[in-house]
Design a protein around this ligand. Structure first.
Ligand code: SF4
Length: 711
């Protein structure tokens, strides 16, 4: 007798951008345990402590299970009708630009695709952005300017194949732990593999460091422009590679040489030991197989795009790109920050890696999304990026916003102002899994959404690998999938012909078709997954992890980009671009004399709506804290574990002092996770001014200016 096939219980971790494969053990329709998927190319069976506790975060307790309208529980029919009617009323009365959406790297690519299509395509507003803006927008901007496309050239194996790995602005050990485990294993296998850690704080990542540079916060661009000049002075540039594959060296070097490029001057500006700096420069210049891995410490800056560019410049100048074990590697924070970019989830994107200024893009997408009787009306120009979007809400220009799977009243800078703006916004719609987030207090309409292990779709991790997340359990109560909620609202708005999806497989197929639709552009060709456009439901369900582009010429995917030295720019040459290093815009003064650094802790994720449900994850850091150098604490009369207060541009933060010699003098660190829901006055975003990078729009969340005092 034939045995029934076991259900596929492989899925993907919903936390960080490593994107580990997970296998779930099921019992009576519930997940009772998880383990790493030994066949997934991101983790080969490994999981970190957060991933291994996933099953402990599940359960109906605390979940949002019914739609709510103006504070009253209602049925779905009433809620959806209210969403459609109020959005249409706002658009008709005030124009499409009065309507906006704010998405999340937690959404699946299919959810993102449908949201982008509804907002930009059929509601006709450009104002659709995402919390991924807070994560990697600067890296995106630099890749596009320099390589011609938002296309991460490297993969995780490159970390293992490298001779030198430079970790800059990344606490890999805490924020991408499985990648850290892979690097540690690679270093054990190959003792010649060197690791350099560049970070103002001595973090657990330094366990692997052969060399540590504790730089002054914000000095990264000075460090890498100095490195470029140093390489040029000592004949360490790859002149053949530069000549064949790049443009812009001379102007870039001229700009780099405007500053004093002596080692002593660079070391003084970066506040590091000149000998250590020279060692780093020598190691970087003398090895070909170098990976520089960077994350929020680089991106979250008012000059984040330039910092990324300065790193890319050094790689291009040394020909250290497009090779095994070489390249500038931006690693994303969120599980699907990359997938959101693929479909156009950033306000400056249109769809499928097309920008508004891509030749013919608006007309092409219009044709692709048109149906027999519907023609979308796409905006002609980019919309507001995250910080500016909430400023437009504050000004009353945006009068209706639909926020999905994120909590901007905690995560954005100047968070109190964001909360106040939303409180006076005429229409705030929130799609959310949990019943008690801070954001729900300002929501007019609340829509219960399905969560991890309940929804089906795809995510793309930091190495461009598309993986399936699988729906293994039924959502609680009346919670529904995001793609269904958005599509149903679209149908009620009269766009049903374009939103008749019955399964995420249909959305993925359309997304894959659009990626290859009339795709002749160099930049877009990087992201072409049209070979996946014909996947039937069964094949979609069984889809194995695969790295884009996936085309007829590369049906098994593409592990590494630009191996032939041909880039995605119109002429095929990469660009070195001049960088003028500049410091943080949040300046220190007599009153606010401490440099504030913010970040994640090892066992928590973002606003803790999921990780706080697992008690063992709370054991690592149980409450908000302020890390202070012991000498600074002594000068202020602060003891370890004493309560203290920081005061910054947007408010205060209270927490216990943790004395830490790993902290530089005059600098403090606070975690980003806590909110008023867990602890009064512990929102890191309240301390930060809303300064952004002028190109990427990414907020300067790593460089606050605060005062510190005992409570
Ligand atoms: Fe999940 Fe990231 Fe941990 Fe992997 S490293 S298990 S993706 S949190």
């Amino acid at each position: 007798m034939a045995r029934a096939a076991s259900p596929d219980t492989r899925t993907t971790c919903p936390y960080c951008g490593v994107g580990c494969g997970v296998r779930a053990e099921m019992q009576e329709g519930r997940i009772i345990a998880v383990e790493g998927d030994a066949e997934h190319p991101a983790n080969f069976g490994r999981l970190c402590v957060k991933g291994s506790a996933l099953h402990e975060t599940l359960g109906e307790h605390g979940r949002l299970t019914r739609p709510r309208l103006d504070g009253v529980d209602v049925d779905w029919d009433t809620a959806l009708e209210a969403v459609a009617t109020r959005l249409a009323t706002t658009r008709d009365a005030h124009g499409p630009e009065a309507v906006a959406g704010y998405l999340s790297g937690q959404l699946l690519t299919e959810d993102y695709y449908v949201a982008n299509k509804l907002f930009k395509g059929f509601l006709g507003t450009p104002h659709l952005d995402t919390n991924s803006r807070l994560c990697m927008a600067s890296a995106v901007a630099a890749y596009k300017r320099s390589l011609g496309a938002d296309a991460v050239p490297c993969n995780y194996e490159d970390l293992e194949d490298a001779e030198l790995v430079v970790l800059v602005g990344s606490n890999l050990a805490w924020n991408h732990p499985v990648l850290f485990q892979r690097l540690r294993a690679a270093k054990t296998r190959n003792p010649l593999l060197r690791v350099v850690v560049i970070d103002p704080r001595i973090t657990d990542t330094c366990e692997l460091a052969d060399l540590y540079l504790g730089v002054r916060p914000g000095s990264d661009a000075r460090l890498f422009t100095g490195l470029l000049a140093w390489m040029a002075e000592r004949g360490k540039l790859d002149r053949v590679y530069l000549e064949r594959h790049t443009r812009g060296l001379d102007a870039t070097l001229d700009e780099a040489r405007r500053d004093d490029v002596s080692l002593e001057a660079i070391a003084a500006d970066c506040d590091v030991d000149p000998e250590r700096l020279e060692t780093f420069f020598y190691w970087f210049a003398s090895q070909l197989h170098v990976v520089t891995l960077y994350s929020q410490g680089i991106n979250q800056s008012s000059s984040g795009t330039d910092k990324c560019q300065a790193i890319i410049n050094c790689h291009l100048a040394g020909g250290k790109i497009g090779l095994p074990g070489a390249g500038p590697f931006s690693i994303t924070g969120q599980p699907n920050a990359m997938g959101g970019r693929e479909v156009g989830g950033l306000a400056n994107q249109l769809a499928a890696h097309m920008d508004y200024d891509s030749p013919g893009a608006v007309e092409r997408v219009t044709r692709f999304w048109s149906t027999a009787s519907l023609v979308p009306r796409l905006p002609e120009a980019p919309g507001h990026k995250a910080v500016e979007l909430f400023a437009a809400i504050e000004r009353g220009e945006v009068r209706a916003v639909w926020i999905m799977a994120t909590n901007p009243v905690v995560s954005l800078p100047d968070a109190r102002r964001v909360r106040a703006a939303l409180a006076q916004c005429p229409l705030v719609i929130v799609s959310e899994c949990m019943a008690d987030t801070d954001l729900l207090e300002v929501a007019d309409i609340v829509l219960p959404a399905s969560g991890w292990s309940e929804k089906d779709g795809t995510v793309t991790n930091s190495e461009r690998c598309i993986s399936r997340q699988r729906g293994l359990m039924a959502p609680p109560g009346e919670a529904r999938h995001d793609w269904w909620i958005i599509s149903t609202v679209a149908q009620r708005l009269g766009f049903g012909e374009a939103f008749g999806y019955t399964h995420p497989a249909e959305i993925f197929a359309e997304h894959a078709r659009l990626s290859g639709f009339e795709n002749a552009g160099e930049g877009r060709r990087c992201f072409d997954i049209s070979a996946l456009a014909d996947l039937e439901r069964d094949a979609y369900d069984a889809l194995a992890p695969i790295q884009w582009p996936v085309t007829a010429r590369a049906p098994q995917g593409t592990p590494r980009l630009f191996e032939d030295g041909h880039f995605a720019t119109p002429d095929g040459h990469a660009r070195l671009l001049p960088v003028a290093p500049r410091g943080p815009l949040q300046a220190l003064d007599e009153r606010r004399h401490c440099r504030l650094n913010t970040g994640r802790v090892r066992d928590q994720w973002h606003t803790m709506s999921r990780t706080a449900r697992a008690s063992r994850l709370m054991n690592h850091r149980a409450e908000p804290f302020i890390e202070v150098h012991p000498e600074d604490a002594r000068a202020l009369g602060l003891e370890d574990q004493a309560l203290a207060q920081l005061e910054g541009e947007g408010g205060e933060y209270r927490g216990r002092v943790r004395l830490s010699p790993a902290q530089r003098r005059g600098e403090v660190f606070v975690p980003i996770h806590w909110s008023d829901r867990f602890s009064a006055s512990a929102v890191a975003g309240d301390l930060l001014a809303a300064h952004v990078d002028p190109l990427s729009g990414q907020p300067e969340s790593k460089h606050g200016a605060v005062s510190l005092a005992a409570l």
